[in-house]
Structure formats: structure tokens, C-alpha cells
Design a binder for this molecule. Structure first.
Ligand SMILES: Nc1ncnc2c1ncn2[C@@H]1O[C@H](COP(=O)(O)OP(=O)(O)O)[C@@H](O)[C@H]1O
Ligand SMILES: [Mg+2]
Length: 339
């Protein structure tokens, strides 16, 4: 059964007297234990979707169920089953790390020793124990983001919603955050995150949905999306290199194989083979050429990127889509402290 099911979700904002449609009939389903990525350019509707799921924003239309419970009927219940970490985080910069987490624990109804114990646990989990007495304002970007995550986890939610968790982090802090998220998932937390980093989606997500202009244009595992949209390419160099005769012989032979979609002559050195499954085609190609007495000097598997996938479905590159600005831009996420 799916943990989250969203069906025909619509949401528009009023801005300067006109309607900005943020979500247009979006549907999706997310299973327990997944790390589900929402990938899309600025203004695609990612934050809007997460805030609706977190019960912070009412949808105009559509049905949402989380763990079988209808969101609009029991928002309080839903709120307790999830942790939400906004695009800008929700930390109180005056407090110390410990105080900030303790306040969050109190907001979720934990009291006394139980609250302090839980705070110590999450501090340890996110490697923040040594920073417990530091004021939040003194933390680095990466530490702050880990604190945001800790705040979302205090009440042990089985579901975590993260809006651009690694936005603005340096590569080292980003990798550290990815490790935290992998650990959380290994411990059974379902994670839904938004990102416009293709690499992040590729590294972390078991499944992802590509969102553009308020609806989902493709979804699946990163590997499947890449394979379906673009197939894979084998780049073949034969010996002696530069021999047109050898290339032609190989090209004709490979062109008759069922697993080769097309053969292109890249330049006077290489052939490019378009195949469906690179991994299984690779040994077969080697075997076939060897049997024909041809010598392979290199055979490289080139996999498509998520960029290629976005291009295929959205009809423009993610970079180009990113540069387009729609409407006023997302208002900064506000600090949400439980009830
Ligand atoms: N508070 C708001 N008022 C008006 N328009 C908004 C507001 N928040 C978001 N939008 C618009 O809704 C669309 C989707 O925004 P958002 O959900 O923030 O996208 P994303 O998180 O993918 O960048 C954009 O066109 C954005 O400008
Ligand atoms: Mg956003």
C-alpha cells in the first residue's frame, strides 16, 4: 500500500491581481521506505506540493492520503506522522542547539526527562552532540542544515519531507548530509525531498518524479528513467584504429544484432552503438567481434544523465528551465514548529 497518495491536486496563488497556477492536476504515489525525489526547475511547484503535504497550505482541489488517512479530515494526525524541513529551515538563532531542539520536543508534547533524552538521541544521530551548547547563530551552513533535520526528527516521524535539503551547502557538507539521509532511510524513515541538483537525485533517490509547470512529466527510478528516455551508448574503438575497412565490417555485423538499435560512425576512430541495456550488450558485442576475428582496443559504456531525461520530457534543458522565472518566486518557507 502506498504511504502517500495524491490524486489530481490543484493549487493556485493570487499575485498582483492574477492567478499563478502552481500545481495543475498532479498525481503521485509514494511507498513506505522510499527516498522519493521531486526534481524540477525553480517555480515547478515542488515547495507548494511539500507544504500541502505538510498541512501548511490548503489545496484548491484534489485528494491526499497519508498512511490511509485523508489529509483534509485529520490534519492534526497527519502532522504528527511527519517531519517537515523547509527550504530555509526553521531554527531559532537566539537559542542554543540544545534549547532549540528541546523547544521542538515540547511542541510535540514531550516533557521532562523524556524530552531531554530524545534531544540527546537526535543530537547523536546527526553528529551534533559536540555543538549542543553552541548558539544556533554560530553554526556553519552544513551544521545548521543538520540541525534543521534534527528539528524535523525530534518526534520520531516515520515520514520526513525535505525542501531543498542541500541548497547552498559546499560539496563536503552536502555529502555529509547525504550520509545522514541514507542512514535515516536504512532505519526505516520514508523520505520525500525536492531538489534541482541532478546528482543529488541520482545519488539518493530510489524513485523520482520530474515536475515541470505544476505537473509530473515522468517518474521512475533514476536508472529506469535514464534508460527509457535515452537508452545507452557503447563507444567502440577497433584495431588497427583508423582502418575504414575494419570499421565498416564491424558496423555491418553489429547492425544486424537485435540488441543494437543503431550504429553511428563517430569519427575515423570510433563507432557509437545505441543499445537498450549497455551492461548486457557489452560482453555480447565483444564476443561477436572476437568471433569475427576483429580486435577491439576499447569499448566504453556511456550512460545518459538525468539532464538528458529532463530534456526528453520537458523539451528544454533543466538549465534553461531553471533560468526561466515564473511569477514572484517562492516566498521563503516559514519556520514551522509543530502545532
Ligand atoms: N506565496 C506565493 N504567492 C504567489 N505565487 C507563489 C507563491 N508561492 C509560490 N508561487 C508561485 O507558484 C509557482 C510554484 O512555486 P514553488 O512551489 O515555490 O516552486 P518550486 O519550489 O518548484 O520552485 C511559481 O510560479 C511561484 O512563483
Ligand atoms: Mg522551492
Amino acid at each position: 500500500m502506498s504511504l502517500i497518495s495524491v490524486s489530481d491536486l490543484w493549487k493556485s496563488y493570487r499575485w498582483q491581481g492574477r492567478n499563478v497556477e502552481a500545481l495543475r492536476g498532479l498525481s503521485l504515489s509514494i511507498s513506505e521506505g522510499e527516498c522519493f525525489g521531486l526534481l524540477g526547475p525553480n517555480g515547478a511547484g515542488k515547495t507548494t506540493l511539500l507544504r500541502i503535504l505538510a498541512t501548511m497550505l490548503p489545496p484548491d482541489r484534489g485528494e491526499i492520503r497519508i498512511a490511509g488517512v485523508e489529509l483534509r479530515r485529520q490534519p492534526e494526525h497527519i502532522r504528527r506522522t511527519l517531519g517537515y524541513v523547509g527550504q530555509q529551515g526553521g531554527t531559532d538563532i537566539q537559542a542554543t542547539v540544545f534549547q532549540d531542539l528541546l523547544l521542538q520536543a515540547h511542541l510535540y508534547g514531550l516533557r521532562g526527562q523524556a524530552a531531554r533524552r530524545r534531544v540527546s538521541e537526535v543530537l547523536e544521530q546527526l553528529e551534533l552532540s559536540s555543538l549542543a551548547s553552541r548558539p544556533v547563530s554560530s553554526l556553519s551552513g552544513g551544521q545548521r542544515r543538520r540541525l534543521d533535520l534534527a528539528l524535523g526528527l525530534v518526534h520520531r516521524p516515520p515520514l520526513l519531507l525535505l525542501d531543498e535539503p542541500s541548497l547552498g551547502l559546499d560539496p563536503v557538507s552536502r555529502r555529509q548530509l547525504w550520509e545522514c539521509l541514507r542512514d535515516l532511510r536504512a532505519q526505516g524513515t520514508t523520505i520525500v525531498l525536492t531538489t534541482h541538483y541532478l546528482e543529488e537525485a541520482d545519488q539518493l533517490c530510489t524513485r523520482l518524479a520530474i515536475i515541470d509547470k505544476g505537473s509530473i512529466i515522468a517518474d521512475g527510478s533514476p536508472a529506469r528513467l535514464k534508460q527509457e528516455s535515452a537508452g545507452e551508448t557503447l563507444i567502440l574503438t577497433l584495431a588497427p584504429s583508423g582502418s575504414a575497412n575494419v570499421r565498416q565490417q564491424a558496423g555491418e555485423l553489429l547492425g544486424t544484432c537485435s540488441f543494437v538499435r543503431a550504429v553511428h560512425e563517430e569519427d575515423s576512430e570510433q563507432l557509437r552503438l545505441s543499445v537498450e541495456h549497455g551492461e548486457s550488450a557489452l560482453p555480447a558485442v565483444l564476443h561477436l567481434l572476437e568471433e569475427a576475428g576483429l580486435t577491439v582496443s576499447s569499448l566504453v559504456l556511456e550512460r545518459p544523465s538525468l539532464d538528458d531525461v529532463f530534456f526528453r520530457y520537458a523539451g528544454r534543458s533543466l538549465k534553461k528551465a531553471q533560468a526561466e522565472t515564473a511569477g514572484p518566486g517562492a516566498r521563503s518557507a516559514f519556520a514551522w514548529k509543530g502545532r
